[in-house]
Write a protein that binds this ligand. Structure first.
Ligand SMILES: Cc1ncc(COP(=O)(O)O)c(C=O)c1O
Length: 449
């Protein structure tokens, strides 16, 4: 059932993606809600994909779909970038896991060290979630403090401490979530984004160990970082002895080869990385000041070692893919190309929305595009436009699930896979992709009237 979704849309969707519907029946007998990632759940069913190349993936029915999920943000270079494929194939033949140190992990880590300003030391993990978990534990060991500050609507993975307050609707003062204990919640302090006065007051009262922030604002810039906020936050952290962590799992290597810290020239104490870091294979890292990452070292100066095993840390295949991807990104051309494409798409979408008098606006920074439904405010006059003056309660309000599903289905019918209300570009997207995307939106926005 699609709820309020027009039945003709559902009928067309079922006709076009009939084999996916069949596969989803198998999925439902196997996985909760039939899927292996919450974001891939779609009503009436998700589209199943068999292969992907460049900017496009191919559904099991053989339909070519322009991909704006791009490996959940990990594929800045697009699907199957030749140097990444070659590096992984070569490594595959040499071994996938040595249970040993290997030269490729050095090559990978040294690239990160060269590119990311805060990366004096590097420790590889398997995912972004593990990296943010590690950042908090390291911060506690080093500072001897316990509390953690995060911002409403900032996503740092799904572990117990940082997943609260990551998803709308937001109910200030009640960040409880199923399965997360009161004890864990009592260590977390959640504050609104972009308000330095609140940050300062919170630091004074709570004496936290660490403050973590998405480098380009909550949900990769759905609520952008406004004005001089990052600079002010850096200063406040230093003044109050609070460690500053930039979560650059998405923004790292995407907005700039050095991430948002490279772009803004602000160096956090530690940084969490994943996604592009490993060239589309699983992998993550905590990087940061040598004296802080020393908390993971044997016999360290803190007299307390953080235990850190992990079967796939520094995995050779991820290292091979990561080295090849970082080499292709290092000179900044890829970041700029993806940013230019996204900027052009934002411009063209806004042109369309005005032409059609549609209650929707496109905005965003770098290679990230957000589309806000139920919008009736002023129209953008430039690419730096932020709707609702950046108010997170408006930008990150919960939208009706049925509308979200219908919108995605409508875009898929037009050959476009869009990540909910947001999308990202890669270097592989083309002008022709943008043309088709605007056409697909022209149909999908009929649902928003
Ligand atoms: C900013 C941010 N931090 C952390 C994570 C978690 O990373 P992973 O999915 O690799 O665990 C994500 C995932 O999308 C993210 O966007």
């Amino acid at each position: 059932m699609l709820g309020t979704v027009p039945s003709d849309l559902e009928t067309s969707f079922r006709e076009k993606f009939a084999q996916s519907a069949k596969l989803f029946e198998r999925g439902q007998a196997l996985f909760p809600s039939g899927v292996t990632h919450d974001g891939r759940y779609l009503e009436p069913f998700p589209v199943y994909v068999t292969e992907a190349h460049g900017s496009r993936k191919v559904s099991v029915e053989g339909h070519s779909i322009i991909d704006y999920w791009v490996g959940h943000g990990s594929l800045l270079l697009g699907h199957g970038h030749p140097t990444v494929v070659e590096a992984v194939q070569k490594q595959m033949a040499r071994g996938t896991h040595y249970s040993a140190c290997h030269e490729l992990e050095l090559e990978w880590g040294e690239r990160v060290q060269r590119m990311v300003p805060s990366a004096e030391r590097v420790r590889f993990t398997n995912s972004g979630t593990e990296a943010t978990l590690m950042a908090v534990r390291v911060a506690r060991i080093v500072t001897g403090r316990q509390k953690v500050v995060k911002f409403v609507g900032h996503f740092h993975g799904w572990h117990d401490l940082l997943v609260p307050a990551a998803y709308a609707p937001y109910t200030p003062h009640d960040w409880s979530m199923p399965g997360i204990t009161e004890g864990t919640l009592s260590d977390l302090v959640v504050i609104p984004p972009n308000d330095l006065a609140v940050v300062e007051e919170t630091f004074r009262q709570q004496q936290p160990a660490v403050c973590i922030i998405e480098g380009t604002g909550g949900h990769w810039g759905l609520v952008p970082v406004c004005g001089e906020f990052l600079k002010g936050l850096r200063e406040l952290c230093t003044r109050h002895g609070v460690l500053l962590v930039f979560d650059e799992v998405i923004s790292g290597f995407r907005v700039h080869p050095g991430g948002s810290q490279g772009h803004y020239g602000i160096t956090p104490d530690m940084t969490t990385l994943a996604k592009i870091l490993a060239g589309g294979l699983p992998g993550g890292a905590l990087v940061g000041r040598a004296d802080l990452l020393d908390a993971i070292a044997f016999g360290n100066r803190h007299g307390k070692k953080m235990k850190h095993p992990g079967t796939y840390n520094g995995n050779p295949l991820s290292a091979a893919a990561g080295c090849a991807a970082l080499d292709a990104i290092a000179d900044g051309t890829a970041c700029r190309r993806a940013t230019d494409l996204a900027k052009e798409l934002r411009r063209r979408l806004n042109e369309l929305f005005v032409q059609r008098n549609a209650p929707v606006v496109a905005y965003g920074e770098f290679s990230m595009i957000h589309v806000l439904p139920n919008y009736s405010g002023p129209r953008p006059t430039g690419d730096d436009f932020i709707p609702h003056d950046g108010d997170y309660r408006m930008l990150d309000a919960e939208q009706p699930a049925s509308l979200k599903h219908a919108f995605r289905c409508a875009l898929l019918l037009g050959g476009v896979d869009w990540f909910g209300w947001s999308g990202m570009t890669s270097v592989a997207h083309t002008e022709a992709d943008l043309d088709q995307t605007v056409q697909a939106f022209d149909q999908a926005i009929l649902l928003l009237d």
